[in-house]
Design a protein around this ligand. Structure first.
Ligand code: HEM
Length: 147
């Protein structure tokens, strides 16, 4: 009888703990997600800076691109969460493809840095757009889809 009374208590506890477990599985909790967040911050700042770029702020822009570049280099060292969800036999290829896509991102951010250092705003905008496209493609292929 006493055990019967404990059942609702256990259910309530489970309901309280469940969101905590879900939160831990969210990808902003992963080391890779953290680097991605840094990239997002720099992209946002650069996009708005390039709407009306100031010659005098070139160094600041270059630093933003450098910070993006460093986060992309760091991100390349991790493996996407999705890797674990794939059959063992597919994982090595998946990670190799991920590295290739990150190399492209790293190269693009290096190009962006050069444009900014040279004050070539139109080129910089083009490379920023290419970064957005790489982001879209990268997320489609390598991120776990939650919706
Ligand atoms: C401009 C480029 C990019 C930006 C700004 C960006 C930004 C982000 C953000 C904000 C997240 C979510 C982190 C969170 O939940 O807080 C994320 C996740 C992720 N991104 Fe990117 N991303 C970019 C490019 C890429 C590329 C090129 C790839 C693949 C080659 C990629 C792979 C991933 C993966 C796999 C995750 C999930 C994290 C994990 O598995 O641990 N991203 N990204």
């Amino acid at each position: 009888m006493q055990t019967l009374f404990r059942i609702p208590v256990v259910i309530v506890l489970l309901v309280l703990v469940a969101p905590l477990t879900l939160r831990a599985a969210d990808d902003d909790e992963t080391p890779l997600g953290e680097q991605m967040e840094k990239m997002k911050t720099e992209m946002k700042a650069l996009r708005s800076a390039l709407e009306a770029p100031a010659e005098s702020a070139r160094n600041k822009y270059v630093k933003m691109a450098e910070s993006f570049h460093a986060a992309a280099e760091a991100a390349k060292k991790f493996e996407p969460e999705k890797t674990k969800t794939l059959p063992e036999a597919e994982r090595a290829q998946f990670v190799a493809d991920y590295h290739k896509a990150m190399d492209k991102l790293i190269k693009l951010s290096g190009d962006l840095k050069k444009d900014l250092a040279a004050g070539q705003w139109d080129e910089a905008r083009k490379h920023l757009k290419a970064l957005s496209q790489a982001q879209k493609a990268g997320h489609k292929e390598f991120r776990i889809h939650k919706d």
